[in-house]
Write a protein that binds this ligand. Structure first.
Ligand code: PDD
Length: 279
């Protein structure tokens, strides 16, 4: 695989980052994942806009423009012959030459991008749905910033796998915040789509924004409000969204079947519409 690091395209074995890089030492870095379908970037403008926002929140300076980033993303798609999957992008505050909590002065940031081949259209979890468990949300209070401080989601995912499920829904003060790496939704008996409103409690999903617009266009009812895990157990449908899943139905939560225990029509429809528009 050819990867990008600080202005160069090199084989992945040649891409090296210092042990004093603040991304490595402090998780002082932000990232984005953009889906690639038929060799094309999906919803990339949204991902780059969010990247800029994450950078601004952390006083990180992007060393290249948005247009240049898109060029790098496209070049990686080309060089690696990527048709379906994603482009990962990470910007850290760079190599500070030592370990010191304070931001270093005049340090060049570290920018890396790489491609990942992944089946987005034909994948078992999209067709069959997935099981999730609920666990406490132990993350920090700025989940709106897409940082690489992802230990809590890693633990959540691992706990889900150990419990025979695929993912975890995170709970705070009785309410579902989001999935370990996706936004969470339920559908009520009346067919209304419920998802948590935007705040610092969740990542402002780019796929979420597109889906809510598409739902409105398709005259599906949407309500942005908090929902409890008990409400989710009793929901007609549940599903998640992200750049790596698009839409995946959730068919079981904490061992309780959701609706009829199979992918629901609204989740399937939204997935279909999203993919159609993306292509
Ligand atoms: N995760 N919520 C969290 C906590 C996430 O990590 C993600 C994305 C989302 C969905 O955001 P978007 O629709 O913009 O992908 C919501 C990425 C895919 C990841 O960490 O791999």
């Amino acid at each position: 695989r050819i990867v990008y690091i600080n202005g160069e395209y090199v084989p992945e074995s040649e891409a090296k980052v210092s042990i004093f890089d603040r991304g490595f030492l402090f998780s002082d870095a932000v990232y984005e994942v953009t889906a690639v379908l038929d060799g094309k970037l999906i919803d990339n403008a949204g991902h780059l806009a969010r990247l800029e926002r994450s950078c601004a929140e952390l006083e990180l300076t992007l060393p290249v423009s948005g247009d240049q980033l898109t060029e790098i993303q496209r070049e990686l798609i080309k060089r690696n012959g990527l048709t379906e999957g994603g482009i990962y992008l990470q910007l850290s505050r760079g190599n500070a030459g030592d370990r010191d909590f304070a931001f270093p002065e005049n340090t060049a940031p570290t920018l890396v991008l790489f491609s990942q081949a992944r089946a987005l259209i034909d994948c078992p979890k999209a067709a069959k749905g997935m099981k999730v468990i609920s666990i406490p949300d132990i993350r920090w209070k700025r989940r709106d910033i897409k940082t690489v401080g992802l230990l809590a989601p890693c633990l959540a995912k691992q706990a889900a796998l150990a419990a025979g499920a695929s993912d975890a829904w995170l709970i705070e003060e009785g309410y579902v915040t989001e999935g370990s790496s996706n936004n969470a939704y339920i559908v009520t008996e009346q067919g209304k789509i419920i998802t948590r409103p935007l705040s610092n409690d969740i990542l402002h999903g780019i796929t979420r924004a597109s889906l809510l617009q598409l739902a409105e266009d398709a005259q599906l009812e949407v309500e942005e409000r908090n929902f409890t895990i008990e409400e989710a157990y009793a929901a007609k449908e549940a599903f998640v969204s992200s750049a790596t899943t698009f839409v995946w139905p959730v068919i079981e939560i904490d061992g309780q079947a959701i609706g009829e225990g199979k992918p629901g029509p609204i989740a399937q429809k939204l997935r279909e519409i999203y993919i159609k528009v993306a292509q």
